[in-house]
Design a protein around this ligand. Structure first.
Ligand SMILES: NC(=O)c1ccc[n+]([C@@H]2O[C@H](COP(=O)([O-])OP(=O)(O)OC[C@H]3O[C@@H](n4cnc5c(N)ncnc54)[C@H](OP(=O)(O)O)[C@@H]3O)[C@@H](O)[C@H]2O)c1
Length: 262
């Protein structure tokens, strides 16, 4: 069933490409079953060729030839892209990835009866380690939801939240990769300061972040417990923890989220 689904991507930029890459390279979804359109056709053809997916000229063509349609244009472009193809979308499964959009916001744009869901993915979906925050309120049938979670569950953690929590969930999963990249850069700078090569420092820092996250997900250990397990009494790690607290590490991270959420 899953292998017969045709996925159309309207807007093949950062997120459209990240989702296609994850599907093709990490879940084995057939590239020939994915089709995309974008603003500039020549650039699209080059990007589509990297994965072997199809490239077409218009959103109408994508919608007509696909079963599931991912809306991956910038939020301000959504209305002008959707309205002309509303009638085609009515018989499809529509997946929104637009930041700031929720179920009710589409009510004027999509025709009544359209099956759709609002999600917020993050870019690690391209390497099969993504998060797909999904709004609890959607109009997919139970069978469609099961199939949707089967397909995207292979490349992302599916986390369902109420409408009012979409923003904060999307901020933590979608914006914090930038903070984490800054943390990796800082750790690697420190490693280089103490003589590691840049490559080795980045590899160590990156794998440490992956491993720590995986320990939480697989073992369910409280983050405080994981920290305590690494800090022996009178040892060196606790000195680092104390230094981070002096500069207010936790406060800075919470403040960064507050700056986004307002
Ligand atoms: N990037 C993220 O980390 C992230 C995270 C969560 C959600 N999102 C959501 O993902 C969506 C896309 O964001 P992005 O970062 O991928 O933006 P982007 O890189 O600017 O990509 C936008 C794409 O839309 C295409 N496009 C422009 N006009 C179009 C039209 N009339 N018809 C069809 N395609 C058109 C662009 O083509 P050209 O480049 O050829 O003009 C480009 O391929 C947004 O709604 C955003 O909120 C992004």
């Amino acid at each position: 069933m899953e292998r017969e689904i045709k996925i159309g991507i309207i807007g093949y930029g950062n997120m459209g490409q990240a989702m296609a890459k994850g599907l093709v390279e990490k879940s084995g979804f057939p590239a020939e079953n994915i089709l995309a359109c974008a603003g500039h056709f020549e650039k699209l053809k080059e990007n589509a060729a990297k994965l072997g997916i199809g490239a077409v000229q218009t959103a109408k063509e994508v919608a007509e030839k696909s079963d599931w349609i991912i809306l991956a244009v910038k939020p301000y472009q959504l209305e002008s892209v959707i309205i002309p193809i509303q009638d085609i979308l009515k018989s499809k499964l529509v997946i929104s990835v637009a930041a700031g959009y929720h179920f009710e916001k589409y009510e004027g744009m999509l025709l009544p009866g359209t099956h759709y869901i609002c999600t917020v993915p993050n870019t690690p979906i391209s390497v099969g380690e993504g998060i797909l925050v999904c709004e609890e309120k959607h109009s997919l049938s139970d069978k469609e939801w099961d199939c949707f979670t089967d397909v995207f569950g292979k490349i992302a953690l599916i986390e369902t939240v109420g409408t009012e929590k979409l923003s904060i969930a999307g901020t933590i999963s979608g914006c914090a990769p930038a903070f984490t990249a800054m943390y990796l850069e800082a750790l690697a700078d420190a490693g280089v300061k103490y003589g590691l090569t840049r490559g080795a420092a980045y590899r160590l820092a990156a794998k440490m972040v992956c491993g720590t996250g995986k320990m939480y997900l697989e073992e369910g250990k409280h983050p405080g417990e994981m920290k305590d397990a690494v800090c022996s009494p009178g040892g060196t790690t606790i000195r680092g923890v104390a230094a981070l607290e002096k500069t207010g590490m936790r406060g800075s991270i919470i403040a960064a989220i507050e700056a986004i959420e307002g």
